[in-house]
Design a protein around this ligand. Sequence first.
Ligand code: AGP
Length: 607
Amino acid sequence: MCGIVGYIGGQQAYPILIDGLKKLEYRGYDSAGVALLDNGELHMVKSVGRLCELEDKIGIGCPYGMVGIGHTRWATHGRPSDTNAHPHSDCTNHFVVIHNGIIENYQALREWLTSLGHSFRSETDTEVLAHLVEHYYRGDLKSAIRQVMEQVHGSYALVVMSRHEADRLVCARKDSPLVIGLGEGENFIASDIPALLKYTRQTYILDDGELAEVTKNDVKIENGNGASVEKPIFNVEWDAVSAEKDGFDHFMLKEIHEQPKAIRDTLRSRLNDTGVVLDEIKLTHDQVKSLRKVVMVACGTAYHAGLVGKYVFEKMLRLPVEVDVASEFRYRDPLLGEDTLVVVISQSGETADTLAALRLAKEKGSPVVAVTNVVGSSVSREADQIIYTWAGPEIAVASTKAYTTQLVVLYLLALHLGNLTGVVSLSEAASLVEELKLLPSHVESILKKEHELLEFARFISRWEDTFFIGRGLDYAVALEGSLKLKEISYIHAEAYAAGELKHGTLALITDNIPVLALATQPALHEKMWSNIKEVKARDAYVMGIAMAGDKGTHKEVDAIFEIPATIPLLAPILTVIPLQLIAYHASVLRGCDVDKPRNLAKSVTVE
Ligand code: AGP
């Protein structure tokens, strides 16, 4: 996610751009830049770091101009740097672009444009857009951009400004949000409403494929076929704070609901008809063949993702997998070496123990793959190879979209390694890929049933203790569900391997105590149902999570929530969604600070 702003009107643009970018910093904050046109002259300033560093760089002599664009970045392609910051311009500096999204075919476009003589300055996917506009421009900016839209694959919300046509901005969107704010003798463009509220509440919300030509007195919108569109004005009722959360009450709920897009973005350009495309992984066939073990190291939710990864890797690659919390791994003198692949997982890429584990693994000669959500983070800079989750900034302390996209990356990595060594057949890979592609819509259908979980949350919120039980992959997800509940509702939640209950914990099962039973694994259903009977016999109140079509679980539990049917191996990505929602609503019901729970920080950068 990135923050985009544009202005055209009778005021100096710079203060409006900076103010808008400040309202959008939650969408990305690793670098920023502005570009303005003043009497045909282009003024562009970009800086790595937070917006304040851009302001410091600009100093008191702010650039003049009554038309301008600005961008605050969340890097996906190209580490955070002055050069990679947006805006990006073409060879002639006549076209300037800002962009939010992922241009999937940017490499091919970059090669083609280079062969035509274009010279690139940055490592970003976005810069190809500026050179494409230059290539297609024949005196009409809008039609040049229309041709660009036909060439690029992927997602974009883009704004283009040109010295040739300084009286307009042209913007377009596909799969990334873009809104136009309507003023008197001035108009605004932004990726999100918060950037506009200080100036206007009258907006056009662009739809996919639409392109808009914005002057200070007019907004012309066209659809994907070039036909003009009369859009209704959307009057924004939200206040500034709720607008940052897209109308959701908390960032956590917003981020739970962003998971379909986060999963789609993380899968984007990494799947083709035959399997997985993971160019980030440089491990050779022989290196993978020589592996004797995989170790996954992380903390908290990322550790729970590693537990799912263990099942997936061992099932698909038939390789032993150890999973360690980083704070233990780094002090147990682990057996490592070039035959042990170490997979380090960290949303922030700054967790001290996880970073230390990465360094230890490298010191001991193990190949290291990092899975992280932050481009340019310490983990991403020190790992041999990196696979990014493209979840966008995760603001809430409780990790949600990072977890599900970490799982997606682990499935992709297992498939990639399996394809490399042949242990995963093309037909197995193809069927798994087909199911992976369905995950975003499966998550969407779960989110549409959020109301069914309110009763679960209400029941649980009245207790100080709750148990999560499951077997196999469901046990790994039960651990994540219990962490979600305890860290934001302060209920003592404990996850247990269902088969282990009778070895002690059953003593804690008393009258009506809430038990969440995860039963998504058909091969373990009989065993799981008998474990549910065990706790029912002690008068627990059991809420079940099962797959649609499951004919048995609903008979064993007091209440049930069904997730869409999928390959059992992929179930964790779906099973966790109701658990996230239950934790969220229980926390709200208990009046807790959902986004900033007591005693916790978003990134634990100390031991
Ligand atoms: C998850 O909800 C917690 N906020 C916490 O456990 C977190 O997952 C852990 O601190 C690891 O963070 P990282 O992924 O940024 O390394």
